[in-house]
Ligand binder design. Sequence first.
Ligand SMILES: C[S@@+](CC[C@H](N)C(=O)[O-])C[C@H]1O[C@@H](n2cnc3c(N)ncnc32)[C@H](O)[C@@H]1O
Length: 217
Amino acid sequence: MSEADADRLAAESLAAGDPTGWFDRLYAEAARGAAVVPWERTAPHGLLVDWTEGHRVTGAGRRAVVVGCGYGRDAEHVVGLGFATTAFDVSPTAVAAARQRHPGSAVDYRAADLFDLPAGWRHAFDLVVESMTVQALPPDLRPAAIAAVGGLVAPGGTLLVIAVGRDEGGVPAGPPWPLTRAEVDAFAAGGLRPVRVEGFQDAEGVRRWRAEFRHAG
Ligand SMILES: C[S@@+](CC[C@H](N)C(=O)[O-])C[C@H]1O[C@@H](n2cnc3c(N)ncnc32)[C@H](O)[C@@H]1O
């Protein structure tokens, strides 16, 4: 598996001043068998599964949304917990692939841009899962991306953020642009309060954050 296709398309897109256009181009090339999506996995993210199991999270019909859902691996986990689940991605090709890969799924897969969300989604979800989307956006978009994710959380609701981590200091060449602790802490705004922020190092030595926030309601 190579990240060269993503790097090439991202570089072209960013140079053209279009920080999100490369996602759909990558998914479209992958659909033709001409590229590899480096984050393609069938299993849900281990830090999400561990969190839902550890806290015995159940949906009982409450509403959840998965941000930047890609092929839907995390959305399928969340819907399996009993949440009425919406999952969106800026790439219509990814959304079409997610629907195709999960026939009969109860997830409502939608093409939508985090920076231009339907008005009805504001403060509408009891659980918001953001895994590795904010880190895929250039640092200058980070404040707007963080605010848009937070704006999805309903009063009393929970936000779970999963991301690759880095120390403070120089901004690395991305994508991805891993999050600093201060950037993770920045999700605690607009009524959201941190419940716990955990740092991990995985088997490959990659630093990761898992952060849970609750809306004060
Ligand atoms: C690194 S991938 C992670 C995908 C998925 N969360 C997973 O773990 O498999 C980032 C995803 O965010 C999506 N994305 C990027 N910018 C977005 C935006 N502005 N609005 C919605 N989705 C976006 C991309 O298309 C891509 O599917």
